[in-house]
Ligand binder design. Sequence first.
Ligand SMILES: [Zn+2]
Length: 363
Amino acid sequence: MHGPADVAIQGEKIAAVELGLDASNAARVIDATGKIVTPGFVDLHVHNYISRGGRPSVASDSTSLAFGVTTALDAGTATPSQYPHYWETDIQSTNVRLYSLVRMPDPYGPDPATVGEVQELINSYDTLIGVKFHHSQHFPALPMAREAADFGGGILMAEAYGAPMRQLLDWLNPGDILTHTFHAAFRFPIFDHRGKLWQEVHDAVERGVYLDIGHGARGFAFRTMEQSMEQGLKPTTISTDLHVGNIDGPVYDMPTTMSKMMAIGLSLDEVIEMSTIVPARALHQEDRLGTLKPGYVADVVVSEVQQGQFEYLDVLHERRTGHEKIVPETVIYSGKLYTGEKFVPGEMTHREDAPQGFIQNET
Ligand SMILES: [Zn+2]
């Protein structure tokens, strides 16, 4: 929906969305004149198991909620044996609405799990909605991840550099998620050696696989997405893969990632959809999240869309200039105003990541 309107919130829900609502009885009125009012952002790729200690997690309230992300999916930070601890600690103490995937361990690795054990976990925790196949894993973990995820209609998320692309896509069913889709690392991009998108990529979109950004420290290159868009292919969802290795750049946060997509040709409307209703659908929560409608959860973000010259960086440290920047100013989650901490980035630690010979410097 577009155009001016007032949004009334009662308790945790949206009560009404209409022009000219009577605000005389309201406890709080937020003036959004000249701003955009959107549903809370839904980030399909974060890492927030901080109580385990060590890399890669970051605290979601100060790095996600403070930037408009009211719902997030932890993409397999915890293994099956760690999941109960993760649930008791970070999932309980975080204000961001967290869903999660468990990482399917290698069958011959140090902390293996059977398919049955993972299915039992998915059965026991409402927050656990599927399985992640991580690029560091050996291929035998993929059929196991598939089988475990299939239990109860769970999601399988695979990293786009986890295996040769066509082989990987073959394992993904409708509703599954390919993340880091537009990467430029390692040897398995979405194009054949002539630079054409594999037919299997189009086929995957056709059958309902989500092509997710998952920016991260290795997962997003402008030129990969530009080359895809020239061939008519856009991402389905925008996500950050926010972790310690990219929070000081080049990712920073969700609205920066969204603004970056606008710098290479997506419209504001597309970017909002790819960060709200579409990822809400991927989480099977589209009947209560991702839309500003009466009866939906009151996750609401008021943002300024700044105009100017903004420079954005990808994982290869290539630059693009955008003319718009989404800056969230007010974040409401389940009807509550967020007033907590907001992360301030430090010096960028990320080094550009590309295979040998990929970057052709002019100098
Ligand atoms: Zn990740």
